[in-house]
Design a binder for this molecule. Sequence first.
Ligand code: F6R
Length: 609
Amino acid sequence: MCGIIAYIGSRTAEPLLLEGLKRLEYRGYDSAGVAILDGDSLQVARAVGRIIELEDRLGEIGGMGGTLGIGHTRWATHGGVTEANCHPHRDDANGIAVVHNGIIENYAALRTYLVGKGHAFSSETDTEVLAMLIGELYEGDLEESVKAALREVTGAYAIAVICAREPDTLVVARKGSPLMVGVGNGEYVVGSDASAIIAHTTQAFPLDDYNVVRITREGFRTSTIDDAPVTPQVMQLEFDLEQIELGAFSHFMLKEIFEQPKVLRTTLRGRIDHNEGRVVLGGLTSFAKELVKARRFILTAQGTALHAAMIGEYLLEDLAKISAEVEYGSEFRYRNPIIEDRTVVVGVSQSGETADTLCALIEAKDRGAMSLGVVNVVGSTMARETDAGVYLRVGPEIGVASTKAFTGQVTVLTMLALYMARRRFMSPDVCARCLKQLDAIPDKIERVLESDGHVREVTERYVGRDNWLFLGRGYNYPTALEGALKLKEISYIHAEGMPAAEMKHGPIALIDEGMPVVFIANQGRQYNKVLSNIAETRSRGGHVIAVATEGDTEITKVAQEVLYIPECEEYLSPLLAVVPLQLMAFHAAVLRGHDVDKPRNLAKSVTVE
Ligand code: F6R
């Protein structure tokens, strides 16, 4: 949700900022802008639309010189999508320019105060208020005025600030919205995520809340907004450029769907001990004793991660026999939740930055729960705020619609359930059998991917329909929810997911002649019940697209379309059943002519509540 890039060094800033913005565009693509200092001249260019529009604008003005600059790609929160609302925002009196991610909650009061001081605003944004406040408090030292301004602010921010009166200084700060400083050779690249930095350096440090970094070409100094010194830990970024580039694929979403076998092998690597029949999760070692004593798990998440968490709930109850429940982070936090002794709260998140999930985790921790993170982004806020955790290791997810993170989350939650089961009661033999089946999943996903052409043909037959239903039972009820979410978020087709049994309690009224109804109808305990629900659908004219187990010929008698997945244990079936649904959503969006990687109204990583 919005991307920040900043550069200080000896290279020309403009191309570097543009390249960084392109890599960050998946985080916001309403509008973009840069501010660059050429000596003490502050130049600003902004444009509504994609980065390409900004590039054209810069071309028209003949480009910009200068080796210090900031850039932003926006996903609108305060104020509509207009050039006036684009970042960077300025205080012209002092030549200050600011880019900002997050929300300044007390911006209205600050704006009234600043208007009283004679400031005139040209945008509707909270960020312009921040720029003016820094200007108002400026007394010849940018770092000091940034700190003074941030002491007045409530809300979340990651900011990068430059000032024409200090042409050798970049100041960046963070509270509640991610920001990291890449440390290069005589140069620094700041980004709201590592993908903006990785082309230039693999050494970086994330800012903690309330940290302010003053960066010059000679070095940097970190302190808190209250001037307490901070020693940041520079770390090695563990991914390479290839992982954030399209390669031979047309879209990041497609690339990430096809990457699933490979990345899930990495998720599993070194974590399965076949000889001892146990799961090895290094990130949990220091909490193993407390975990075993846990009485209840609460899994908290949003969106796709919530669907993975729902599968985690089934896994923990079914395999590890532990009471588990799932909560939207956004609801949990404000509900005055009861946290009993020996409760473990698990935050499930790709980004590790989702504000709703993060706030719920912190709330649960404050109420005495032990916290775990099931997170993809290494060093993210959730990874740092939790007591222990397990990384997904699926590599950077650039596609706005989450795919490989979902299967990564389900894989880790399966390992967590088996880890708990084995420590509580499961025999090494039984656990070894389960782990063998889990280990076979990446190969089976590869087989599902071979049916991509068939999935596309099926999708083509129904893509003109505006209302779809996705139905499943047990482990595949969350898969149905995920199938519906994928379809609606990128193809803008109205889709609803629900337990198959729930259909006859009302939604069946929606079914009319030819309505596509997707059933997850793999072999399992509830197969016959799903067949009954299929019959109910058919008799109302619905067209059934069934995700079924290879070798099931019965299903062809009742479903118009069948998408086969290899045979597997029921508790592992979501990992296979979701794949044709991901492909179907992708093809539907392409066939409808939509920009799959930049869906309407959506951006990656929702860092505001
Ligand atoms: C859907 C999607 C979102 C995210 C949700 C949580 O495709 O990507 O629903 O799953 O915003 O994000 P993370 O996993 O980063 O916490």
